[in-house]
Design a protein around this ligand. Sequence first.
Ligand code: SF4
Ligand code: SF4
Ligand code: SF4
Length: 459
Amino acid sequence: MLDGFYRFKEEIIEKCVECGFCFEKCYAYKKTNYPIWLHLKDFFKDQKDAKNIKRFINSCIYCKYHEYSCPNGLILTELLPTLRNDLSQIYPGFGWAPGIVPSFLGGIMKSRRLYSWWRYMNNLLISEEYREKWDHRREPKKREVVFFSGCGIQLLPDIYYTMLEILEKLDIDFGLIDGHYNKAICCGTVMFLLGNYKYGKKVLTNLVKEIKKFGTKKVIIHCSTCNWGLTQIAPNILKDFDLEIIHASTYIADLLEKNPKLKKMLKPLNEKRVYAIHDSCHLVRGGDTEGARKLFNQLPEASISEMKHNKLNAICDVYCILRALPHRPLDLMFKKDNIPISKEALDGNANVLTSLCLGCHAIQSLLGQNIFNTFGRKKRRIPLKNWTIILGEYLDLPKRRGIEFWLKHFITRPFKDSLLHWILKAIKALLFGYLLNRIPPIRIPKYLAANKNMVKKNG
Ligand code: SF4
Ligand code: SF4
Ligand code: SF4
């Protein structure tokens, strides 16, 4: 058996009866005609038929249909990362990309250079002064919880800023770890998904080491993919992984429920809101379907309208794009409800749509309605707000311009709020991070600079 995901492989070897129900509607099966379920056990044990397994995986479009469809109760959410990681150990050049994308792109995407690009972006988008403001939270010392920001949130600075201010305002004793900013630290999930097992394990190990410096095992997560990776994948990769992972919305909901004084800090807005919650497929597959609902139910004068597709049946934006790209790519830009999430929210009489996943929030902002709503003067039919920004409104935190504003303002004042500013930063990061594979200059926080001086003084 190859390294990683032992528990999952053993479970399949012991319990799968090879009936094939889970792949009944599988796109990769229809495309390749390869009954993968009959070969999983031999592949996991002795890597037999690796070539066909690879062919199958390269046709997969990540619709996730197979994950919860086993009549024998097996949950297959770890199947794809397991197969990709075994394949990456058999074929060192292997990299996964969805079936409709040319496979050489998989190799490009799984490169650790992707992280160098990301790290550059994270350095370029959040201002130096703002980083400095939170250095006291980064200083390793005993804390009640650690907040691991993830990497994605730093590409949407308004959400990053608001999240930190919420934790501060609610008087939470937290230590802060930023994903892929000053150090190569990450949950590794994207690398595991793309098949770069080695680098994924390295950055995950770094993350666990950093968390331990705060003397706690409790970790609050904002990114729903991190939440999934740290609950479902990490325990399969690191044998002694024993952290308690909690999504930030759930952590805050529990805190408010237990503490009426904190709950009183939530002030009603001057409008009644009905929220449509667009669930994140990764968050629900990590087992958290209720946290955000518990939080929204505590907001004054607010209610929830459930969407037709919710929880485990939630519509994934990425899948909608992958489904449309090969046959009708222009629909994604010009058709009214190319991704039917806004429509479902409106059908349920909601007046605000909130996505629990940062990626979906970004995709919804860009492609959620049509190109005229995105870039033109036309307003969205239903406003889209991240749950963090919504909570910030009830806590009366400063309002900031976010992705929707940038998309509508190619050049504006201040220049940092312009779409052009974001594009220029992305190009710079691509050049230095991906193409030249450089690491951005490392910023030494004040608490470390002071130590350095002390060491110098004492010889
Ligand atoms: S995620 Fe891939 S393997 Fe699973 S059902 Fe969809 S196409 Fe098939
Ligand atoms: S449905 Fe369940 S038992 Fe049948 S092949 Fe799939 S995992 Fe195995
Ligand atoms: S899953 Fe989280 S830490 Fe991992 S790459 Fe995405 S944002 Fe970063």
